[in-house]
Design a protein around this ligand. Structure first.
Ligand code: SF4
Length: 193
């Protein structure tokens, strides 16, 4: 078994319900979408066997993995999850929600992108919906989204000048829609990966 890996790095989860927790990020190559605001290079990965990935992540004193991308659900299987679970790891995923998520994950984040009506069809248990928002975006009816434990609005950090205005916009959205919470991309604010 092998996965097409863009990069592996050790940092803190910068956003959402696990913000601030040390985590090993495994960024898988490839995505089914091309979002205008995407700031992630997910092309040209390297095929790595699971035991090669294990030998890289074992250097870090941390048992939380975050499968991210790109779109990790394009590649990740339940067998991959079992392999790392047997090695003692807890596993989270950050997905755009277009594909079924593999079984066995310990924490699931879905960030719906584009026309999010597809998100209504997600039947996986979701821990966290994290919705990227730009000035002027309307919030979807929370009832059309899959049930999740936490619902976050994440202001898109694009051009620096626009960021504060977008944060202000999202703060107002949360005040008017208190089922949602604000999630800032802390890693960008404090300059970590
Ligand atoms: S789904 Fe995520 S990784 Fe894929 S293009 Fe959109 S922002 Fe980028």
């Amino acid at each position: 078994m092998s996965l097409n890996v863009k990069e592996i790095f050790y940092s803190l989860q910068g956003e959402g319900g696990r913000q601030g927790e040390a985590s090993i990020f495994i960024r898988l190559a490839g995505c089914n979408l091309r979002c205008a605001f995407c700031d992630t290079d997910f092309s040209d990965g390297t095929a790595m066997k699971l035991d090669e990935i294990l030998s890289v992540i074992r250097q870090y004193p941390c048992l939380w993995l975050i499968w991210t991308g790109g779109e990790p659900a394009l590649q990740l299987t339940a067998e991959d999850i079992v392999y790392f679970k047997q090695k003692g790891y807890f596993q989270a995923i950050e997905s755009n929600g277009h594909y079924s998520l593999p079984n066995g994950l310990d924490y699931t984040v879905v960030s719906p992108k584009g026309n999010i009506k597809y998100a209504a069809k997600i039947n996986h248990l979701i821990d966290e919906i994290r919705l990227p928002v730009e000035i002027g975006d309307k919030l979807p009816d929370i009832n059309i989204l899959p049930h999740a434990k936490l619902y976050f609005i994440s202001p898109i950090f694009s051009e620096k000048k626009k960021t504060q205005k977008n944060i202000d916009y999202c703060v107002e959205l949360v005040k008017q829609n208190p089922q949602w919470r604000l999630s800032l991309q802390m890693h960008k604010l404090i300059g970590i990966e």
